[in-house]
Write a protein that binds this ligand. Sequence first.
Ligand code: SF4
Length: 343
Amino acid sequence: MELLYEAATIHRLHHDPNTVQVSTLLSIKTGGCSEDCGYCPQAARYHTNVEGNNLMTVQQVKAQALRAKSGGSSRVCMGAAWRNVKDGEEFDQVLEMVRTINKLDMEVCCTLGMITENQAKRLAEAGLYAYNHNLDSSEDYYKEVISTRGFEDRLQTIDNVRKTNVTVCSGGIIGMGEKIEDRAGMLVALSTLNPQPESTPINALVAVEGTPLENQEPIAIWDMIRMVATTRIVLPETQVRLSAGRTQMTKEGQALCFFAGANSIFAGDKLLTTPNPDVDEDMELFRALGLTPQKPFTKKTQPQTVEASDSEYESLGEKPKWTRPNHKIERNELAKHKHKTLK
Ligand code: SF4
């Protein structure tokens, strides 16, 4: 109760407690990812029910963005299941999506994996508002979940984004079997970034069949509330987002999270590939709690969009050497092996 009270007090000092930022997450390229993130059904090596698709067209993305806007979203976050961005046609198409959504006067966020400084600058120039790159867990526990890249790569990408005026969205997942020290470690890593991220998603693991973490028990709501409250205290200015796992939470549980300082949610019936509450249900909850959706560009002015023909940057065709530690994580190996056997 003391923690809640302190978090709610800090929340009121830095934010309007009655507005909540609403984002829509759009999977613009699903599945077939080469990485081995233990929580992710989009990793090609695990046997899950996710059906992959190619990169969406700009027109498809525009139609979805307009739908999201009419449903009350102020931000569209586009996710592609890539290890890192590769210069070329597909990245050019993503840049065009960014231009298109920014022109709809919505905040545009992308989560595309690791990016170089030049790629960050090209996204910024197209009108990107935020780049999402989660730290996922503490540096120690990260090694128990992912073997195909290192924690330092995450920090490097965030650093590359910071060389532009694009804001940083970075958070993590609880319920992956980590210790409380790992949750604290992740918050230390996030809160000592300078500047701190403008947005921090807190996800509760959705254990998907076929992934290495399929047997993890769902976390108790109290863990989520405590995590949100602690995040609010150490990241006072940041928008703290309730992300994956909201379908497992009661309305009362979500209300306590809002009280503890959460002021952002993902709307829409799907979060990339996992379920999410219906938009109408969310709006009903907002009405009951006296909350209203935050207007776009409340925290920072809208970036300008530079057309591709006027760009001052070009595709460099870079081949950066992101790390590949490839240490053995037993449960990841088992899930991969199960995949092979089932094939
Ligand atoms: S979380 Fe992202 S990088 Fe990791 S396997 Fe899933 S899509 Fe790939």
